[in-house]
Design a protein around this ligand. Structure first.
Ligand code: HEC
Ligand code: HEC
Length: 313
């Protein structure tokens, strides 16, 4: 037991001694031999080793203090009651975003104004403009059209697939442009595309058995399973009631938005029950008009996008 203790507190000295007494011999020698420098502080006989924190840590600490003082001076930092400290650089994240946006807008503006003046032929003959239009149309589609026509424009029951070759109202650029601008059966728009298949049962134009016959005849068009005798009777019903819109051969009429009934593409479904339901009650699908909501350049972009997705004529 060394005698480095100052001995001013005799009881503490005593207590220390007692602890050391109960330690096993090898532990005791560890403590006794420990020659670490101490700070000279001592409490109840317990000495405080002098082990400073590492230099590198200390310097990192000082540097971060210097950095934060600099930051607080240069940048917005401290919230005040109604305001905040602005910092010498007068920087703000809002301004930074605004300037990024204006740079992007500037970069776009030459395309947007070119697009405004361009016909579809002009757009198609300028590769840069064409790509700009299609890309813009793609994002406008994701915001405005996806909820009805589905992602990838593949459509769903009642909402036409826009990337196949089958068009209700036409797949030329001008047709698509008109459809998007004015909508379909969208009565708030005076130029909306309009046609209405009668509800043959509800409007009492046909009897139930005739509807079943003509449904068989419709299924025969695309080679679906059907009752031949019933379909033969349905041919007359079709010629009298349906051919005016769907054509004598059932190939449809884009002037009236009447679908081709001979292809394998179905807007509402091809089961006999579904076809009977369509004929009995009609459907009257509505597509909103966009001319009042979207800028004309965006409608052009949408048109280019839809047309480019494959099925455009
Ligand atoms: C509220 C649902 C809805 C939204 C939103 C919608 N559509 Fe439609 N769209 C329809 C329906 C329903 C039809 C089919 C109408 C019919 O039966 O003739 C249609 C038809 C079309 C057609 C005609 C397809 C053809 O075969 O001739 C085009 C093109 C079209 N939509 C493009 C768009 C674009 C582009 C947007 C986004 C700007 C859009 N639609 C948003 C419901 C919608
Ligand atoms: C005035 C024109 C008109 C007449 C007449 C008409 N249709 Fe239609 N038909 C349409 C239109 C337009 C649609 C598109 C559906 C919609 O969204 O309203 C359609 C849709 C259909 C469909 C759904 C096709 C699909 O892809 O799901 C069937 C089936 C059909 N018609 C059968 C008939 C039959 C059978 C008759 C005669 C009994 C008939 N239509 C008479 C205009 C007509």
């Amino acid at each position: 037991m060394s005698n480095k203790y100052n001995g001013s507190n005799h009881d503490a000295y005593k207590a220390q001694e007692t602890i050391l007494d109960v330690l096993p011999e090898h532990e005791k020698s560890k403590i006794a031999d420990d020659d670490h420098a101490t700070t000279g502080h001592e409490w109840d006989g317990i000495r405080e080793f002098d082990k400073p924190i590492p230099r590198w840590w200390l310097w990192t600490y000082y540097l971060s203090i210097i950095f934060s003082i600099g930051y607080v001076i240069a940048y917005p930092a401290i919230p005040l009651v109604n305001d905040y400290t602005k910092g010498l650089l007068n920087w703000s994240s809002r301004d930074a975003v605004a300037s990024e946006i204006s740079v992007a807008k500037l970069a776009q503006s030459k395309y947007v104004s070119a697009l405004r003046a361009a016909s579809f032929d002009d757009i198609n003959s300028n590769e840069e403009l064409r790509i700009f239009a299609i890309e813009g149309g793609k994002s406008a589609y994701a915001v405005n059209c996806i909820q009805c026509h589905a992602s990838g424009a593949v459509g769903s029951v009642g909402y036409p697939n826009l990337i196949d070759d089958e068009w209700l109202w036409g797949g030329k650029l001008e047709d698509i442009y008109t459809t998007i601008s004015h909508g379909i059966r969208f009565e708030e728009d005076d130029d909306t595309r309009f046609s209405e298949m009668p509800a043959f049962l509800t409007d009492e134009l046909l009897e139930k058995p005739e509807i079943i016959q003509v449904a068989d005849y419709v299924r025969a068009f695309s080679g679906l399973k059907h009752d031949a005798a019933s379909a033969a009777a349905g041919a007359t019903v079709f010629a009298d009631n349906c051919a005016s819109c769907h054509g004598d051969d059932g190939k449809g009429d884009q002037e009236q938005g009447a679908p081709d009934l001979t292809d394998a593409v179905w807007l509402y479904g091809s089961t006999k029950e579904t076809i009977i339901k369509t004929i009995s009650n009609s459907r009257k699908g509505v597509m909103p008009a966009w001319a009042h909501r979207l800028d004309d350049t965006i409608i052009k972009q949408l048109t280019m996008f839809i047309h480019s997705r494959g099925g455009g004529q």
